[in-house]
Design a protein around this ligand. Structure first.
Ligand code: ZN
Length: 241
């Protein structure tokens, strides 16, 4: 079975639609979301509706938590705080209730899902790369943990000797390795590549792949302008920062 793991949609409906279509064309049957459905983007309500329709497991992200009041805005920068407050002001009560009810983790058959880190999921630790990856590897069951949060995709593999390396190619999983996989961001990539990012996990073949899909960035930017969203948040989408 092919499943797609999506993260950090951030209210970008055009990007979400492009990812769903691309993943389906690649034979994906099941979708999971690692959270941050909302925040920054112009269509939080429509993204929640589409996630509810199409996604099997939907997890809590720090922006979802902020919009519902479950996470304080103290750790947010000015733009993130503005976005959380704007999102909260435009969301319907039932959408806010949906976000408030999202779980922090999901334990699948051989894999584990969480927004930021399997270590203290509700604290939202950042895992930027190998330097921060050792503790997280101790805190999930099974072979693979999928995360998002940094908006930068990666595949880290740890061998039996606890050595962690980057595995940018993906492909066939090695049975004597464990994996920490960052799905990147659907709606606001920050690795200088503006294309939407997602991961496909083929459970039958035991394969993992990072995927990118171009979408009509200018359509999302138009919607943001119409909503009065700050230009910094609009401009960054075109360059992927
Ligand atoms: Zn995010």
């Amino acid at each position: 079975m092919r499943m797609a793991i999506l993260s950090d949609i951030h209210g970008n409906l055009v990007a979400l639609q492009a990812v769903l279509a691309k993943a389906e064309s690649l034979g994906v049957e099941v979708f999971h979301s690692l959270g941050d459905i909302v925040g920054y983007g112009p269509d939080p309500g429509a993204c929640i509706a589409l996630v509810r329709r199409r996604v099997s497991v939907s997890l809590m992200g720090n922006h979802d938590a902020a919009v519902t009041g479950a996470t304080l805005l103290d750790d947010f920068n000015d733009f993130a705080r503005w976005a959380a407050e704007w999102t909260a002001s435009v969301l319907a009560p039932e959408d806010r209730a949906y976000l408030a009810g999202l779980p922090y983790i999901f334990r699948g058959d051989g894999f584990f899902l969480v927004h930021a880190s399997p270590f203290e999921p509700e604290i939202w630790h950042y895992i930027h790369g190998i330097a921060e990856a050792s503790p997280p590897f101790e805190h999930f069951p099974g072979q693979i943990c999928f995360v998002g949060h940094t908006h930068r995709p990666f595949i880290l593999a740890r061998d039996e000797g606890s050595r962690i390396v980057h595995d940018q190619a993906g492909g066939r999983l090695r049975q004597d390795h464990r994996y920490l996989v960052n799905a990147g961001s659907v709606g606001q990539p920050r690795d200088h590549d503006p294309r939407a990012s997602f991961v496909i996990y083929d459970t039958t073949r035991g394969e993992i792949g990072l995927h990118r899909v171009a979408y009509a960035v200018e359509k999302t930017q138009e919607r943001m302008r119409a909503a009065g969203i700050p230009s910094f948040l609009i401009d960054r989408l075109a360059v992927g920062i």
